[in-house]
Each structure stands twice: as C-alpha cells, then as structure tokens.
Design a protein around this ligand. Structure first.
Ligand code: SF4
Ligand code: SF4
Ligand code: FES
Length: 480
C-alpha cells in the first residue's frame, strides 16, 4: 500500500488509486466536475488541480488522472492551487449564463457550489458571452441548454460506457462546441437516458417531466424500491416537504411524486436506474379505488371486511391468488393469518410487459415486471394456468387476474388499489394501500432484500393489507 502525504497528512492509499480517489476515500475533499467514480477519466475540466511537491520544485497537475506513488507529497489548498482553481472557475463561467434563479439544477449544482466556495468573484471577462442553443430537444424526455453546458463529457461517456447506446457526442471546437445526438443514434431509444440528468454537474440536461415543476429545496426524498421489474432498483421518491405543502397549490401537487432518482446500491443497481423507474408516477398515480363495495354497492370498510370474513368462513374450497407486488411483510402476514383457511394459495403475476417496453437486457432491466416474485415464491407456489375446479371462493389480491377464467359460480373477494371494472363485479371489493403509503421490503431475483418507506398517507377507507389479513382471520367483527 503506497503511503502518500496529502496536506501533510499520511495516507495509506490503494495501489490502483489516483490522488483524487485516495483523498476522497480519506475524507479530504478535492473539487471535480468531469471525473465520475463510474466513468473513465477524461481530465478536461482541470478543477481537481493539486500541487505536487518534489525536490526539484513543485508543480500543478490534475489529481483525477494522477496515480499515487510511494512517498508523494500533495497540497490541495496551497496559494497556487487556490489561484488556479479561481482561474479555472473564471474560465468555466466565461460563457455560462447566470440562470440560477430559474434553473432546475439550482440547489444541486456543482458549479454554483464551487463558485461560492472557490471563486466568489464576478467575471473578469470584458468580452460578451458567446451564446448557444437554449432549448435543444435532445430526446422526448430531455432538453439541453448548451449555454449552461461546461463540456465535461460525462453525458457522452455515459452513453459509451454505461448504457452503450453511443447516442451522444460533442461537435465543433472551442466555444462553438456542442453536445449533440450522434447522427445515426436516437437518444430516445436509450432506456437509461435520464441518468445523464443526474450526472450532469450543471443544469444543462433537464428532465422535461420535472422542468420548472418545483425548486429542489421544496422537496424531500423518501427511500424506496422501483417495482418496475424484479431487479428492484433502489430509488428516491421526491415529494413536497410537509412545510411546503401550500393551500395555494393545486392539492395534487402537495401529494404527488415530483421526481424519482436513483439511490446508490452497489448490490442491486449501482448508481443507475432505467427510465421506467423515473416514471413511477405513471404507475402509482393512476386513478385510485378508495370505495369498499359489495357487488358494486358502496359500503363502509368495516362492512366489507365483515362480508369478506363471512365468505371465507362459509367457503368449503377457498383459493387465494396473492400479489407479487405485496411486500415480504404483507405476504408473511397473509401466510400466517389466512393461508390455513384456504385450500390453496398461489402467486399471481400482477403485471406483464407493456407494449413497446424493453423486455430485458444485460444491464438492469429484467423480463419479470413485478418487484417481489422471489419473495412471494418463497412462501407460495406459482399459480397454475387454470385454477382447480371446485373452488367456491377465490380471493384475488392485486392486479393481473383474468376474472373471466375463474371457476364458474365461485364467489370473489377482490383486494385492489386502482379503479377497474372488476372492482364492481366482485362479491366483496376492499381497497388496499399502495407501496408509497406503507413500509415494507421486496426480495429481488438475486435474493437481495430492499426496504421501502411510506411518503404519503392512505385514505381512511383504504385498508392496510397486513392489518386487513389479521382482521379477516378473526371470527369476531373487526376493522382494518
Ligand atoms: S451536458 Fe452536462 S454532462 Fe454533458 S457535457 Fe455538458 S455539462 Fe457535461
Ligand atoms: S431496471 Fe427494473 S427495477 Fe430498475 S429502475 Fe428499471 S424498471 Fe425499475
Ligand atoms: S475532475 Fe479532474 S480534470 Fe475534471
């Protein structure tokens, strides 16, 4: 292990580390724009400059491309380094517009932070700024502001090294340089494209979905798991902070998913997610079912639970189809409280791939579009193509059931979360909460268990599945 000295502090570095990596790993911060821990080194922004001290004299060099060597001495905050950083920031902001007041990246922008920390001076340039395209449609999902781009090339390297779509490049030279889609590649076809929004150190790449929707300081993230496929990527669901839920806003804005970003989890998804994971609002914000019903007739939740319990009590051959969107905790609660009351309980696949959706690849996306098939299969068998004849009651939990193929004459208890025609046809319909309203965990295809937290409150007429299963198992009247 090479021993190096950073600002006089002895550090045991890994032999394959750069000075920047060794410093960061030991709690010494050196600023960087173009370097990214999961991309190749390009060394183009120069902000990671340090001073190397040697017998023959010292010199300035970039730390992201400098391998550690035994006994080297490096300064990260000498007078020369500070002057060089300031000059680099003057250069980087030469043509950068002062858009912070309207820029979606404000509050999360590395350039803003570094300008404040290491420069803080107005521009010394006497020349007018060179203008570039302000709203370039990079794809259906992303708009590019070339004036804000600092040409770090992270986005280009992402498409070459991570998503492998090779969809982006930089054309022209000097202050005419522009990030542009490669002529023969469509960035729209890259299912991981939106990761460039996160890794862009400035507000040059912006999500059209999120554009001008909220300042980031009005929002807070809740750790969660993407249910879009059995990979179960760790995500952060961003929503309004309680103190910023304002009466003046459209009430939906106070309780909606503002955006979804990756939550780094080396065991599951690293720092990336696919675009479907960003679009969780399309899944979770569908019209919700909030009204318990008996054959389509609205009733109180307690009455629906009573009726469902009666049907379970009276059934001679009850079958359950459990949800592979149920959490491990809910599935275990079902098994413990109710499975003994059913002749058989099977795992159903709640969701199938949608038209045009990428089915599978060798990066993250998996063919099974459900988050907890592994967790459910650990407790229950897979559902057969057709349920055995003779079932006189079927409990259906979650989506994906073809009610037309259930055994003729069987009564149905349906636990669902979204408006659907089947809700009104079931003998008993009980609305149940969704992932964003409860705490739990999923087990992904590789056996990794990932937890999720609630970010919104469920309506009182909507049952919590774990409590509901306990209530259904009781012989006496109870409510969930
Ligand atoms: S758009 Fe952003 S990530 Fe891409 S080169 Fe410009 S600054 Fe870097
Ligand atoms: S790969 Fe699967 S789990 Fe990960 S973000 Fe995409 S859909 Fe969600
Ligand atoms: S971070 Fe080292 S040159 Fe950009």
């Amino acid at each position: 292990m090479p021993e190096i000295f950073i600002d006089g502090q002895a550090i045991q570095a890994e032999p394959d580390q750069t000075v920047l990596q060794a410093a960061l790993a030991n709690g010494i911060f050196i600023p960087y724009f173009c370097w990214h821990p999961h991309l190749s080194v390009h060394g183009n922004c120069r902000i990671c400059v340090v001073e190397v001290e040697a017998k023959g004299g010292s010199w300035l060099d970039i730390s992201c491309n400098m391998p550690v060597t035994e006994g080297m001495h490096v300064l990260t905050d000498s007078e020369e380094v500070r002057a060089q950083r300031k000059a680099i920031l003057q250069f980087v902001t030469l043509n950068h517009p002062v858009d912070c007041g309207i820029c979606d990246k404000a509050g999360e922008c590395t350039l803003q932070d570094y300008h404040f920390a290491y420069n803080g001076s107005p521009s010394i340039s006497r020349d007018a700024k060179v203008h570039a395209t302000k709203f370039f449609d990079l794809s259906k999902r992303i708009v590019l502001d070339n004036e804000r781009c600092i040409l770090c090339s992270r986005c280009v390297r992402f498409t070459r090294e991570i998503s492998k779509s090779h969809a982006l490049g930089i054309e022209n030279r000097a202050d005419h340089s522009l990030v542009r889609p490669a002529e023969d590649r469509r960035f729209d076809d890259d299912p991981y494209s939106d990761n460039v929004i996160d890794i862009c150190p400035v507000g040059a790449l912006l999500s059209k979905q999120f554009l001008y929707k909220a300042r980031v300081w009005y929002l807070e993230p809740t750790p969660s798991v993407c249910p879009g496929c059995e990979r179960g990527c760790a995500v952060q669901i961003w929503h309004r902070r309680p103190e910023w839920r304002l009466n003046a806003l459209d009430p939906r804005q106070n309780a909606e998913i503002a955006r979804v970003t990756p939550l780094e989890n080396p065991a599951v998804n690293g720092p990336w997610i696919c675009n479907k994971g960003r679009d969780l609002a399309r899944i979770f914000e569908r019209a919700r079912a909030e009204q318990p019903m008996l054959k389509g007739k609205p009733v109180e939740l307690a009455a629906a639970i009573d009726a469902a319990r009666r049907l379970i009590d009276e059934a001679r051959h009850a079958v359950a189809l459990v949800s592979n969107w149920g959490s491990n905790e809910e599935l275990a609660a079902f098994k413990q409280a109710l499975a003994g009351r059913f002749a058989a309980s099977f795992v159903k696949r709640d969701r199938q791939p949608e038209p045009g959706e990428r089915i599978e690849d060798d990066f993250l996306i998996r063919a099974d579009k459900n988050p907890n098939t592994a967790g459910a299969r650990a407790l229950f068998d897979d559902a057969p193509a057709a349920l055995p004849d003779g079932a006189d009651l079927v409990l259906v939990w979650g989506e994906g059931c073809d009610f037309g193929r259930l055994p003729r004459g069987a009564k149905t208890v349906f636990l669902g979360s979204y408006l659907a025609p089947e809700n009104g046809h079931a003998d008993v319909f009980i609305p149940v909460s969704i992932q964003t309203e409860r705490r739990g965990s999923y087990t992904n295809f590789a056996g990794t268990v990932s937890p999720f937290e609630p970010c919104f409150a469920k309506k009182p007429s909507v049952a919590d599945a774990e409590t509901l299963f306990a209530a259904l198992a009781q012989r006496e009247r109870a409510t969930a």
